[in-house]
Design a protein around this ligand. Structure first.
Ligand code: ADP
Ligand code: ADP
Length: 222
């Protein structure tokens, strides 16, 4: 469902991602585990089609993210790292904006918006400007945007980073429920997160893959 071939990103002489190749089968939840600066975000941005690789490439559901960007973006949802500023935009305006970008109309638009709001428990904050919400709520707003078009593939960059333990648990439960019909890559620096949601983990450091294992294999090694 997701495949990278020798994916590489260089900034001048510095190699942030060094010839990474991996495959993710349908239904897997792949954890990208590594310290800060390992190259996780850079890899995920390239897989999601938001950053051009220096060399190598990636396909999502068989679509090359550089050659067939529209087809690839239709099947994938991407949650960027952190909590970007949305200015004055309310939650409802953001969701409507993403629905417009995604070309959702009619009954399906209504259903998708309802589903995303319900899954992320955003009913009570719909009319609030996103920037006035807690970090946890802002993350859930981003997640609602990323699942609005019901993508088959989800690429989540540090989805629980900065959340309190309850919110972390809530987001992990949501990821587990989405894993029933989606293929997911999530980046994290927490081994506990891999245990909580992943079927497999790739350990990355210095832009290279150090290990590719199941969570219990990781446990046995650590
Ligand atoms: P991670 O997500 O694992 O924390 P990143 O993919 O964000 O790591 O970054 C990998 C490395 O690439 C880091 O050393 C980072 O400083 C560097 N890097 C990322 N983006 C840029 C950029 N635009 N220009 C120069 N270096 C960058
Ligand atoms: P491009 O880089 O091709 O111009 P965009 O940046 O407009 O693409 O966004 C591509 C898709 O990613 C959009 O259709 C939107 O659904 C989704 N997206 C963009 N920003 C966010 C966000 N902050 N949260 C969730 N989804 C987003």
């Amino acid at each position: 469902m997701i495949e990278t071939r020798q994916l590489t990103k260089r900034y001048g002489d510095f190699t942030a991602v060094d010839a990474i190749s991996f495959k993710v089968e349908p239904g897997q939840v792949l954890g990208f585990l590594g310290p800060n600066g390992a190259g996780k975000s850079t890899t995920m941005k390239m897989v999601a089609g938001f950053l051009a690789p220096t060399s190598g490439g990636a396909t999502v559901a068989g679509f090359d993210v550089e050659q067939q960007p529209l087809e690839a973006k239709r099947v994938l949802g991407y949650l960027p790292e952190g909590a970007p500023s949305y200015g004055e935009m309310t939650v409802r305006e953001f969701i409507d904006f993403i629905a417009d970008v995604r070309g959702l109309t009619g009954e399906r638009r209504f259903q998708r918006i309802d589903d995303a709001i319900g899954r992320l428990h955003l009913e009570r904050v719909l009319e609030q400007p996103i920037d006035t919400l807690s970090k946890g709520f802002r993350r859930r707003v981003g997640l609602a945007g990323s699942i609005l078009h019901d993508p088959k593939v989800l690429i989540l960059d540090e989805p629980t980073d900065g959340l309190d333990p309850n919110q972390k648990q809530e987001v992990r439960t949501l990821i587990n429920s989405m894993a029933r019909d989606k293929t997911i890559i999530i980046s994290t620096h927490l081994l506990e997160e891999v245990h909580a949601v992943c079927t497999r983990a790739i350990i990355i450091a210095g832009g290279r893959v150090l290990a590719d294992a199941t969570p219990s294999e990781l446990e046995a090694r650590s």
